[in-house]
Design a protein around this ligand. Structure first.
Ligand SMILES: [Zn+2]
Length: 252
């Protein structure tokens, strides 16, 4: 789970339009939020990912649902209120169900940073410093769903760690002069950049992958080697700082 910056509402969603759609929902129970301009703007806002679990929407049957943070049945006046809408996957939307986030708040990723309330431990989310908001979010969204979330997170992060080991091996050889061709240097430098991009906020399960890579001892060694060889460049520094800001690591 990562912080998402709320973008401005789509231009079609004027105050007048909102009133019209809200009345339509209240009177006719029509799915007024399910319009392409709302869905497209939400999809773009979250970079095509579920706001809660960070799975990629639109892949393997993961259709995007428009989630009403304050549930539409309890708060019908917010049915097309832009700040109340989030793009989510079916799994998260179904788990949240009719949960009342006003009475029992959970993390709204457009309003607060999940890093203040959650940490990641062994591919599972835990509440940070016993944060009630963190705990309720984990329970309501069922963020540690073993089959649908923990296992895919492990698979992706493990693959990234395998790649990290391979790049580190090559970097050690390069440093020791075993193989220090330009070709080898490019494999190391570009390999690390593409690995860091897998942990970038626009990638699937970015919080998990970022945490797994950044806090791996292999990563520290690899970075040290690159710095000592003057191969650590500005682009790497820039991507790394975005990845560090995505990771969730800390004490309970
Ligand atoms: Zn989800």
């Amino acid at each position: 789970m990562i912080k998402i910056n709320r973008v401005p509402p789509p231009p079609e969603l004027t105050e007048e339009k909102k009133k019209e759609l809200t009345q339509k929902f209240i009177n006719e129970k029509e799915r007024v939020w399910a319009t392409p301009y709302i869905k497209n703007a939400l999809f773009k806002m979250s970079k095509g990912k579920c706001s809660f679990c960070e799975c990629k929407l639109g892949e393997e049957g993961k259709y995007m649902h428009v989630e009403h943070f304050h549930h539409k049945d309890s708060y019908p006046n917010e049915v097309v209120e832009w700040n109340n809408l989030l793009p989510t996957c079916v799994r998260c939307n179904t788990n949240k169900g009719i949960h009342d986030t006003v009475l029992e708040p959970i993390i709204d990723v457009t309003m607060c940073d999940p890093r203040d309330h959650l940490i990641i431990d062994n591919y599972r989310y835990k509440s940070k410093n016993n944060s009630q908001l963190g705990r309720q979010t984990i329970e309501v969204i069922y963020l540690n769903d073993s089959d649908q979330l923990v296992k895919p997170r492990f698979d992706i992060a493990n693959k990234a760690k395998e790649t990290l080991e391979l790049i580190l091996d090559k970097a050690r050889e390069f440093k020791d002069g075993v193989s220090n061709s330009t070709r080898r240097k490019n494999i190391i430098v570009n390999g690390l950049k593409s690995l860091l991009r897998e942990a970038h906020p626009s990638s699937q399960f970015s919080a998990i992958v970022a945490t797994a890579i950044i806090h791996d001892v292999d990563y520290s060694e690899l970075k040290g080697i690159l710095i000592s060889l003057n191969l650590w460049d500005e682009e790497m520094q820039r991507i790394e700082s975005e990845v560090v800001n995505t990771s969730l690591y800390g004490q309970y």
